[in-house]
Each structure stands twice: as structure tokens, then as C-alpha cells.
Design a protein around this ligand. Structure first.
Ligand code: SAM
Ligand code: DTB
Ligand code: SF4
Length: 363
């Protein structure tokens, strides 16, 4: 089925508010038509330049103007980045995502070093993602030439609510950077945060903005706000897990091919809650005990969860964790002189047919 780029806020709100079981069933069905439901992509975040940011994003501990306990750092060395990337690879991660607390990228020595970091990680046979703030078309092109796989630049909320949270740049600035990345062969990673006091209509508005991009982002992170003391959003109540599941499911339905990332906020989620998010279509996480500056579950805990759920980490450079299509599998059986075994939707074996075949072999 062709992807839709004309979702309206009303349609998305209707999906978001469906009876829970209907929503889960619909999202899970779409998920397994487009992806392998047992594969989850694993990324590791690395804050290569921490704190001291001139922007005023109300959620962010790295904004210089808020008094948080954060210890800032200048740009990491290329060797430090390489060592961290090797650690991430050894722990099963297929992608390193380097974050810098910058408003925008400035040409010069620091950017040259970032380009070298991208080349270095690429040589380790890992995907590289960067999130460095606003980019010009030329800077996006230089990142592409260095071998960048993805660029993360979140819309964060609806256009209307964005203004309530950030005043130092506008929604259009964000869209322009995404547009500049799109002009290259770097994939786009863009999503947002829930739990900042926004309404359901704002959540739907953000999904309208993302799903009407053509092409849709290859990856959409859904973050639950991590309230940090000293930021304007420090008092926000934790996001109910039900909202997270609904948001993931709705994202999956309106962007069927996209990798939906269960991002910040997992330390507050039970395994059962995360399992429901995976069932609803999340197929990517950030692993490692730190996100950029805030805590995240231990890798060993996540691996235990994967084992319990029978999930496998995705290998690097797989465009999409897509199952062999039901039709392709059936033609294989037919070529071997057998009847089609699989039925739509999902991948259910026809038990009757299996029994008949066993009886035939016995006879
Ligand atoms: N400075 C760059 C920028 O803003 O694009 C890159 C780094 S910035 C920290 C990347 C993203 O992290 C933000 O767009 C936001 O979605 C997310 N983020 C930051 N602080 C967060 C928090 N406290 N809780 C959840 N997500 C957060
Ligand atoms: C995204 O959407 N979430 C990640 C990544 N993209 C860069 C960052 C989450 C940051 C959470 C707050 C922190 O650790 O500083
Ligand atoms: Fe700076 Fe990015 Fe944090 Fe905003 S989200 S304050 S731009 S580091």
C-alpha cells in the first residue's frame, strides 16, 4: 500500500484515541507487514560536546541559561570517540549517535574534527548519526561525503506548542535543516518529546508535520520528557505509559516504514510497558547507561529484556528489518511442490496443512 503524506490532525487524533486494543492490533498488524517484529535496532548516544548551549529549549539540561548540576565539556578528541564507539560495538550497538550542545554548526576546526569522527566510526563498520543543531546545505553535504548515515533534528512538538518551549529559534528553522539533510543521501531522524504539558492535539500536530514530509523520516524518536532540576520543565509529571504506547502505535500507523525509536524516559518504564511499545511498533532504542546527560537502563538489563522477549539487535547497514514477504515465502513452498503455508496478516502456519503433510509422510 502506498504511503500517505496527507494525514490530518483530526484523523491522527481519532487513531490516537481508538479503544486501546483496537489501536494495538492495528499498529501491530501494520508493523509486521513492514518490519520484522523480532528485530530492534540499537543505537548508542555519545555527547561529544556537553553543556553551555546558547538556546533556551525548556526541557534541556544543556542550555547555559538554566542552573542545572551539569558538568560541561569541550569537544571530545577523535581518539576518545573511537574508544567509545568500540565499546558500543562490543556491547551490540549498530549505530553511534554523536550529540553536540550547539545551536548550529560552524565551519572550522571543530567541524573538521567532527567529520573525522564520522570517518573513524565508519571504518569500524558501524552506522554514524549526528545531532549538532542547525546545518546549512553545504555542511549537510560535507557530512554526507564523510559517510554520515543519519542526521537527528527533532521537531519536538506541534508548531503551536513549540513556541511555548523554545523562543530562540522557530519551527521553520528546524524544517529548513531537515530539508538540507534531505538534499543529501543522509537519512533523516526526526521526532519529539511527550510530557512537556502539550495537549493530545499537539502530539497529533507533530505527527502531521512529520508524516506529511515526503519522503517521511527514516527514523522517528519518541522521547518521554526526562524532567531535569533547574530547567523550566522540572516540575512536569511523568508521562503515563499508556500515552507512550498510544504515541508509538499512532506513529507506526501513520509512518509504516519508519523506524520508531523508543527514546528518552525508559528508566521510568517497566519491562511490560516497553514490551507493549515494541508490540505497538517501536523497533529501535538507545542503549548504554547514559543518554546524552541523563540516565538510561544498563546494557545488561536491556539484553536481559531482549532475551526475555526474543528480540534480536539489528545488524548495521540493514536498510529496513523487513520480513520476507508472505507472497515470496509462499512461492518458495509452491516451487517445492507444496501448498502455500502462510496466511495474511502475520505469519501463521496453517496447522492443518502441517498435520496433513505429516500424515502423508507416515503413509
Ligand atoms: N543541540 C542539538 C539540537 O537541539 O538539535 C542536538 C542535541 S539535543 C539534546 C537533541 C534532542 O534531545 C532534542 O531535540 C530533544 O528532543 C531531546 N532532549 C533534550 N533534552 C531532553 C529531555 N530532558 N527529555 C527528553 N528529551 C530531551
Ligand atoms: C532524541 O530524540 N533523543 C536523544 C537523541 N535524539 C539525541 C537525546 C535524548 C536526550 C535526553 C536528555 C539528556 O540525556 O540530556
Ligand atoms: Fe541546545 Fe539542543 Fe539543548 Fe536546545 S536541545 S538547549 S539546542 S543542546
Amino acid at each position: 500500500m502506498a504511503l500517505r503524506h496527507d494525514w490530518t490532525k483530526e484523523e491522527i487524533l481519532e487513531i490516537y484515541n481508538k479503544p486501546f486494543m483496537e489501536l494495538l492490533y492495528e499498529a501491530a498488524t501494520i508493523h509486521r507487514q513492514h518490519h520484522d517484529p523480532n528485530t530492534v535496532q540499537v543505537s548508542t548516544l555519545l555527547s561529544i560536546k556537553t553543556g553551555g548551549c546558547p538556546e533556551d529549549c525548556g526541557y534541556c539540561p544543556q542550555a547555559a541559561r538554566y542552573h542545572t548540576d551539569l558538568e560541561g565539556n569541550d569537544l571530545m578528541s577523535i581518539n576518545q570517540v573511537k574508544a567509545q564507539a568500540l565499546r558500543a560495538k562490543a556491547s551490540g550497538s549498530s549505530r553511534v549517535c554523536m550529540g553536540a550542545a550547539w545551536r548550529n554548526v560552524k565551519d572550522g576546526e571543530e567541524f573538521d574534527n567532527v567529520l573525522e569522527m564520522v570517518r573513524t566510526i565508519n571504518k569500524l563498520d558501524m552506522e554514524v548519526c549526528c545531532t549538532l543543531g542547525m546545518l546549512t546545505e553545504n555542511q549537510a553535504q560535507r557530512l554526507a561525503e564523510a559517510g554520515l548515515y543519519a542526521y537527528n533534528h527533532n521537531l519536538d512538538s506541534s508548531e503551536e506548542y513549540y513556541k511555548e518551549v523554545i523562543s530562540t529559534r522557530g519551527y521553520q528553522d528546524r524544517l529548513d535543516t531537515i530539508g538540507n539533510v534531505r538534499k543529501t543521501n543522509v537519512t533523516v531522524c526526526s521526532g519529539g518529546i511527550i510530557g512537556m504539558g502539550e495537549s493530545e492535539a499537539d502530539r497529533a500536530g507533530m505527527l502531521v508535520a512529520l508524516s506529511t514530509l515526503n519522503p517521511q523520516p527514516e527514523s522517528v524518536p519518541i522521547n518521554a520528557l526526562v524532567p531535569v532540576e533547574g530547567t523550566p520543565l522540572e516540575e512536569q509529571k511523568p508521562v503515563p505509559i499508556w500515552d507512550m504506547i498510544r504515541m508509538v502505535a499512532t506513529t507506526r500507523i501513520v509512518m509504516p516504514e519508519t523506524q520508531v525509536r523508543l527514546s528518552a524516559g525508559r528508566t521510568q518504564m517497566s519491562r511490560e510497558g516497553q514490551a507493549m511499545c515494541f508490540f505497538a511498533g517501536a523497533n529501535s532504542i538507545f542503549a548504554g547507561d547514559k543518554l546524552l546527560t541523563t540516565p538510561n537502563p544498563d546494557v545488561s538489563e536491556d539484553m536481559e529484556m531482549f532475551k526475555m522477549l526474543g528480540l534480536n539487535p539489528q545488524k548495521p547497514f540493514v536498510k529496513k528489518s523487513q520480513p520476507e514477504s508472505v507472497d515470496a515465502q509462499n512461492s518458495k513452498f509452491q516451487a517445492q511442490g507444496e501448498k502455500p503455508k502462510w496466511s495474511r496478516p502475520g505469519h501463521k502456519i496453517d496447522r492443518n496443512l502441517e498435520a496433513q503433510q505429516k500424515a502423508k509422510t507416515k503413509a
